[in-house]
Design a protein around this ligand. Sequence first.
Ligand SMILES: [Zn+2]
Length: 614
Amino acid sequence: MTKTDLPLRMTCSISPPEPPRPSPFFLRHRGNGPRAIVLLPLLLALAACTSVPLPPWPSPTGTVTAPPRVVAAPAPAPIPGVVVQPVPDRPAMAPSPASAAPYSAAVAARFPAPSVIYNTPGLQEGRGSFTSNAEIQTWLRELSTAASRSPGLKAAVLPIGQSQRGETLEALVLTRAAGTDAAAIAASARPTVLLVGQQHGDEPAGTEALLVVARELTQGLLRPVLDRVNVIIVPRANPDGSEAGQRVTTGGLDMNRDHLLLNTPEAQALARLARDYHPTVVVDAHEYTVVGRFLQKFGTVQKYDALLQYATTANIPEFLTKASEEWYRRPLVAALKGQGLSTEWYYTTSTDLADKTISMGGTQPDTGRNVSGLKNAVSLLIETRGVGIGRLHIQRRVHTHVTAISSVLASTAQRASELGQLQPYVEKEMSALACKEEAVVEAAPTLTQQEIVMLDPVTGADKTLKVEWKSALTLRKIKTRVRPCGYWLSAGSRTAVERLRLHGVQVLRVAEPASMLGDLYRETASSAGVRQDVRGSIADAGQIVRAEVALVRGVIDAPSGSYYVPMNQPLANLVIAALEPDTQSSYFANRLLDGLSSTARVMSEPTLRTEELP
Ligand SMILES: [Zn+2]
């Protein structure tokens, strides 16, 4: 199969939808307009579509190009022993305080309430707190029970793990497949959308919106989506952080920088869910800082209702990026615009007040957004303006998320058959690169200039800023290497093996001693450091080993009980991110591997007797 065989395009004839079912406990309409104001355009988009093959999906340059080939192998050299300096235990971290950040009435007037009122438990009038963890559990169970009574509809609340404080992490599965287990979902031949809310505990609007979406899918206006799409909803990924009103988890760790390492049970739960249910599309619902350091740095208040970004890390397949942009982001921007809601690319700025650079969301393979991309899913980050303003504009923030997520669901339903081809194609393509093509080991954003609009904190007027802008849309290659055929890991690398397998990576155990031709890592420099993101140091990520390495061609003597991770598998790009040691996100740098001598690149297809791990 070649790239030009895929994907198909759809043509859709638009016809009026069936009248929406009322969901009286849920949405109350404000004003005199039609009640279905939000979802009607989305339902229209779901009208009957036919699949027809069309010419190749053009790349921006009009041609489909293969990635550049292979870097030269380094010259042989002796392999010294590896010494890693011990690093001290990580310091405890206090949670960041949740501060209310009111602004002038003129600014507030720029954000009128939407024409609908959402009525989750946490959005009831007079209520001071958002929906509690217990209320979410009740909500999911009630919806699941009600949905299960509908012919052809299957629903289940899955326990997917436990938070650090022992709160049960839960996912609601909604489908018209034969069952709600992973095998039934896989057999459904429908794309699966995974919706995740509140990885950061102080970003509540995503959770409230996901409760709305769950309700509308089971008994409201979004119900037709389930004819074509399976949906899994994790309304609150970080219940401990939510209860404490803090960004991080109970252990002080930013779980949205933990999706490659999987040190937190919260990130592990999402990884296990993604491994088992293999979503085609993942939405990560967040909120961003409205005032805080933006007011301090620029004298402005943030304006955009939604900031959006897809996966932007090294080695994301080109077709996945195209699908993210053309099938998802563009319709999403239009859907928000149709509701009078403004959007921009996701951006943030560092906590260093002297640094006025604006950065798009990071390029490290550690966020949910980027790791989902490395798992070959269309991955979308949706951020509303909400951090630090308490309940201010909460209906508008929830409305923004509901509109955006409804658009994603509608796009998935509309593109269901193409998506069913896209992911297998991309997975096959990535598997086929092993042993020959180039992999980017480290990439960085490109510094450009950009105009963004913020608000005057007193008058509320637009204020256009020309800023230094680190674009994640064009990645600079910092370090590239030829893709190995696989990675060898020592028998003692159990933690790394366990984490890789939690992602769904195939790891084989060497059953008989063998020799393999490979590249070994020779350390040329090493220092202690702290993992960074575009905000600054990552919350309590601990100290890492920053190594520089040279590759040394040699023979790997692989004893029985050591491991082989083949690269001709769909998650090859995630394996590169985890196992190339000289990056801040790697398993070596973060001490999930005990030394550089515990791993090596296998450079020709080995003859091995291996066994599958149980
Ligand atoms: Zn967040």
